[in-house]
Ligand binder design. Structure first.
Ligand SMILES: Nc1ncnc2c1ncn2[C@@H]1O[C@H](COP(=O)(O)OP(=O)(O)O)[C@@H](O)[C@H]1O
Ligand SMILES: N[C@@H](CCOP(=O)(O)O)C(=O)O
Length: 325
């Protein structure tokens, strides 16, 4: 669990009742999982009924960067994409300050993550990802993906001293390949728009409607939009595939789940010929992005109560596998 900024119920009861129309705060508990922000489940009671929300205190993102993410969630939720909806305060604002840091309250989505997804889960994710891309087409704000090429260029020199020579060669060679790809005319022609950029299994919920039978699973929703940005839709798809469609060896792609996700995505938004041609390099870009961020979190960690960095070697193996495609 990552709680960088602890919050007690007594810290927020007056703040909630004075500023929001969500009832009285009755319970707050830090959330296990997550490595970026301090997250809490917040229960309130309104008109005698229990309501559930998620309170997030943002640890890295600034108040200037945050409106993009929060307004994107509101835009998508209003278009019927199942994502958390930011809650407005009495002034109609969705971004606040709590404990001296930016904070937001969003609706809690139903369900649980499926960490061993079946082909049908991959299909539901692929279909909704394509719908989300199309629903974001008229989102008026634009903000670059803050974990894209320029961030890799800044960060790789910081982590290189911690790596062995084979890892250094792999990282520098892949960066050079991606620099060339990002400046190619093919890359330039790829469609882009609001993208989640971190749609891992732990950022999607499935709701089995109270049943223990996963065959009843429906998509509960996508959350954790705080790495979102205007990016190539194909990058978003590649990030998603690299996590959802892993074979048992945890590095290659499982053909059945891969086909399920790709076909479902393309049933809503077929890939262009430039996208098809760019796929081999894009799955490498998506692997590189998370190898770099995991190296950065591992070798240059921040203070947090109970933060467990993710294993960087996982994405080193995925990158090696995608390079051999
Ligand atoms: N809107 C939401 N609805 C339901 N659960 C949520 C919601 N937002 C976060 N969570 C829960 O909180 C956990 C951590 O959130 P996450 O956004 O991944 O953290 P971080 O921002 O630190 O990466 C998730 O695994 C999920 O269980
Ligand atoms: N999904 C990324 C890092 C972000 O973690 P999250 O818990 O906020 O999704 C990774 O696995 O490296």
């Amino acid at each position: 669990m990552a709680v960088f900024t602890p919050v007690e119920l007594s810290d927020i009861t007056a703040w909630i009742s004075q500023n929001f129309k969500i009832g009285e705060a009755t319970k707050i508990r830090g959330i296990h999982g997550g490595i970026e922000n301090s997250n809490f489940f917040l229960d309130t009671v309104k008109d005698g009924k229990k309501q559930e929300y998620v309170l997030t205190i943002f640890e890295r993102l600034s108040a200037e960067q945050l409106p993009y993410y929060l307004e994107l969630m509101r835009h998508l939720a209003n278009k019927g994409v199942p994502v958390p909806k930011p809650i407005e305060n009495n002034q109609g604002e969705i971004l606040f300050s709590l404990k001296g840091k930016p904070a937001a309250i969003v609706s809690k989505l139903p369900g649980l993550s499926r960490m061993q997804p079946e082909a049908k889960h991959c299909a539901m994710v692929g279909e909704m990802l394509a719908k989300m891309h199309l629903a974001g087409k008229d989102f008026p704000k634009s903000q670059e993906n803050l974990r894209s090429l320029s961030w890799w260029q800044e960060t790789i020199p910081l982590v290189l001293p911690h790596l062995n020579s084979a890892q250094k060669d792999l990282l520098t060679h892949e960066l050079a390949t991606q620099e060339a790809f990002f400046t190619s005319s093919n890359y330039d022609m790829l469609p882009q728009g609001a993208s989640h950029c971190d749609l891992f299994r732990d950022n999607v919920l499935f709701d089995s409607q109270g049943s223990t039978d996963t065959s009843k699973d429906q998509l509960g929703g996508f959350f954790d939009f705080y790495f979102a940005g205007t990016d190539k839709w194909l990058f978003d798809l590649a990030v998603t595939v690299n996590d959802w469609c892993l074979a048992e060896n945890k590095q290659d792609l499982d053909p059945v789940r891969f086909d399920a996700l790709m076909q479902a995505y393309q049933s809503v938004r077929p890939l262009s010929k430039e996208e098809q041609a760019s796929w081999p390099l894009m799955v490498r870009a998506a692997a590189l992005r998370f190898w770099v961020s995991r190296l950065w979190d591992f070798y240059l960690p921040r203070d947090a109560q109970m933060l467990t960095p993710h294993d960087p070697t996982h994405f080193e193996s995925i990158l090696l596998s995608r390079r051999s495609l």
